[in-house]
Design a protein around this ligand. Structure first.
Ligand code: PLP
Length: 423
């Protein structure tokens, strides 16, 4: 590609971005940095599993803002909590106490098995930053390395980017903070061989979400727990994408029958209101002293009021069971499609692996684009797999509608591919 072509593509991109952002009058001057691809749709409203764009077109949302709006859009109990809190108190410094932070921490602690304490942050990356700093504080001088898995995703800040086991994402941002090493996913022998006196913690996802929706094995997680106990290092589980019922249990690690030392949470906790949390067993959390870590916004009243309402609805609705049941319905119906070679994941965090022989190269990229045209939101988590992370309250009818739309888009793609092959 020539420089001129690259330049003109970048301009097209920024024009499309500007249009979708409603900035037609200033084409060429999109006010947003080009960190995302050009959005083809601008959403203006959401209700339950449904979204509407600025032209009034309706979409079935099977992505939930990437596992965020787990209770669907505009849930009345959360809207009410936000309205009431916004009229009462939006923010004070963390130097003072507020109404919701401690009770929210208590509920999270009980869902996590008890005996821990919580630090509130504003995002998944920040929750992981807190966990990494805590591991360093526990480990002490010289014992600061965090081992994580290839294919993992832990965030975009410099430290969490280095923890993220995707070397291609590191290239442009060297030098990254020292103290991160990667091992093969689910390879216990390699992990064991990598633990030396500099290692403070192992940081893993129970299902690699961004890495393609790959669950760990129970045996692996149990072996990691044993290794961490034997070597006196922390086991941190990143439940930012998998947590809060999404995978069919409150936390995905609970299906592996292990108890981590530290757990990080974000996405679904605010159902769209930014909030993250780092939970640690009390004896681990005790390593943090006043002044060791802080945030202006983390744990503030609006976010914690929303999160309390979220957890209350999640408990009332028993979302882990709903995710199990709805997930099983999705798997059964998707597996019946000719063009689907595998459905993997846990609960309602699923990847649908498509048949490249029937559908051609990068079938998921084409399928996701076609589904968007047809009013269904998914994403291509790999070039060959689409990811589904719908509302945990999705109905049977909506599941049937989703699978029917996916089936018809895949059938169309297959026709196009076979015509291409014969022409
Ligand atoms: N950890 C995991 C497992 C994630 O999936 C993500 C985001 O996708 C993050 C951390 C980063 O979260 P955030 O984007 O809120 O910083």
């Amino acid at each position: 590609m020539t420089t001129a072509q690259t330049h003109s593509q970048t301009q097209d991109h920024s024009h499309a971005h500007a249009r979708a952002m409603g900035a037609d009058a200033q084409l060429g001057q999109c006010p947003l940095m080009p960190t995302y691809g050009a959005p083809s749709v601008q959403f203006v409203r959401g209700q339950g599993s449904w979204l509407w764009d600025h032209e009034g077109k309706k979409y079935l949302d099977l992505l939930s803002g990437l596992a965020v709006t787990s209770l669907g859009h505009s849930h009345p109990a959360i809207s009410q909590a936000l309205c009431e809190q916004s009229q009462q108190l939006l923010h004070v410094s963390n130097l003072f106490g507020t109404e919701h932070a401690a009770p929210l921490a208590q509920t999270l602690d009980s869902l996590l098995g008890g005996g821990g304490q919580v630090f509130f942050a504003n995002s998944g990356a920040e929750a992981n930053e807190a966990a990494i700093k805590l591991a360093r504080k526990v480990g002490g001088p010289g014992r600061h390395v965090v081992l994580s898995a290839l294919g993992s995703f832990h965030g975009r800040t410099l430290a969490t980017l280095h923890a993220t086991g995707q070397p291609a994402k590191h290239l442009a941002f060297q030098p990254l903070p020292e103290g991160f090493r990667h091992v093969e996913f689910c390879n216990i022998a390699q992990l064991e061989a990598s633990v030396d006196d500099t290692v403070a913690a192992v940081l893993l996802e129970a299902v690699q979400g961004e890495g393609g929706v790959n669950p760990v094995t129970i045996e692996y997680f149990q072996a990691v727990r044993k290794l961490c106990d034997e070597r006196g290092i922390l086991f941190i589980v990143d439940e930012v994408q998998t947590g809060l019922g999404r995978c069919g249990s409150w936390f995905a690690f609970q299906q592996m029958q292990v108890q981590p030392d530290v757990v990080t949470i974000a996405k679904a906790l605010g159902n769209g209101v930014p909030i993250g949390a780092c939970w640690a067993k009390a004896d681990v959390a005790a390593a943090f002293q006043p002044g060791d870590h802080a945030t202006t916004f983390g744990g503030q009243p609006l976010a914690t009021a929303a999160a309390r309402a979220v957890l209350k609805v999640m408990q009332q609705e028993d979302v882990p069971t709903r995710a199990q049941v709805a997930g099983a319905q999705f798997v059964q119906q998707l597996q019946a499609l000719d063009q689907v070679v595998q459905v993997r994941g846990l609960g309602l965090l699923l990847a649908v692996e498509l048949d490249s022989i029937l559908l051609g190269e990068a079938p998921a990229t084409h399928a996701a684009a076609q589904l968007l045209n047809q009013g269904v939101v998914v994403n291509a988590v790999t070039p060959t797999a689409i990811r589904l992370a719908p509302s945990l309250l999705i109905s049977e009818e909506e599941i049937a509608e989703a699978v029917s739309a996916i089936g018809s888009v895949l059938a169309d793609l297959q026709v196009v591919q076979s015509e291409r092959a014969t022409s």
